[in-house]
Design a protein around this ligand. Structure first.
Ligand code: ZN
Ligand code: ZN
Length: 260
């Protein structure tokens, strides 16, 4: 399995996942043109994409979806609950390309498990498994629970939301209080502190690589998220670089991971 994040954050999210026989993108949160450009930079032609999977209906996850899917005739997979809010935003995706799922499904040799996560609209994280390799992608969630943690247990690589620094969010003057409350609430986004708690669990259950994802441009920065989280982990005896490796995804094309 090969994975590369093409964009991450409130301005757009796309992750490219390649199995032995299929090429997938998770979310199309940039314009069709920008999505093509980024795929080509990674040596992938848009014609090669076999499937698109959608986490939820927010525009930072579907901006280029309608045009990209219709132009290249690519099936779009979304959970039945996500389709309810997504359908009216799509005019061009062909009927035969609208693929609903409710539980675990396969695309080629990839086994894909949807994980329902708490957000202000129906939203799913995913685990992708091929042979002994498992990766999970978990962003846009207000909190975690045992069900979610169990679903990502055993992943070698996890793209995990670290959306905001709580102090920055609360002391900032740009956002109205209602928006701050939404972000910080149980159906909003994951803070750096909450993210560090998930990483502690993942480290104890064998995960070796984390990519901090979906960082807020207003209320976080790659350096702050990395520093805050590695310090929190160090307090609990977990040393970044030794016990677990942590990278940060941004709006630019990120690091490339290959799992054998
Ligand atoms: Zn988002
Ligand atoms: Zn969202």
């Amino acid at each position: 399995m090969r994975v590369i994040n093409l964009a991450s954050g409130s301005k757009g999210n796309i992750t490219y996942i390649e199995g032995q026989d299929k090429k997938i993108i998770l979310d199309v949160g940039l314009s069709c043109q920008e999505t093509i450009k980024r795929l080509e930079k990674c040596g992938v032609s848009p014609n090669e994409i076999d499937a698109i999977i959608i986490t939820h209906e927010h525009s930072d996850h579907i901006k280029g979806l309608d045009i990209f899917s219709s132009r290249y005739n690519i099936p779009v997979y979304a959970h039945q609950k996500v389709w309810q809010g997504l359908e009216h935003k799509l005019a061009k995706v062909r009927i035969e390309n609208r693929k609903l799922f409710e539980e675990i499904f396969t695309i080629g040799s990839l086994s894909i498990t949807p994980i329902e996560i708490p957000h202000d609209v129906s939203c799913y994280g995913f685990s992708f498994q091929e042979n002994d390799n498992k990766i999970s992608i978990l962003t846009d969630l207000g909190h975690t629970n045992d069900r979610i943690l169990n679903a990502i247990r055993g992943s070698k690589l996890v793209y995990l939301e670290a959306n905001y620094d709580r102090q920055m969010l609360m002391s900032g003057t740009k956002y109205p209080f209602s928006l701050k409350r939404r972000i910080d609430g149980p159906n909003g986004h994951l803070s750096n502190l909450a993210s560090s708690e998930v990483i502690e669990f993942l480290c104890q259950t064998g995960t070796k690589q984390i990519v901090l994802s979906h960082l807020s441009e207003e209320n976080n920065s790659p350096l702050l998220a990395y520093t805050f989280i590695t310090k929190e982990l160090a307090k609990r005896g977990i040393i970044e670089g030794k016990d677990i490796k942590i990278d940060v995804a941004t709006q630019n094309i990120g690091a490339f991971f290959r799992l054998k």
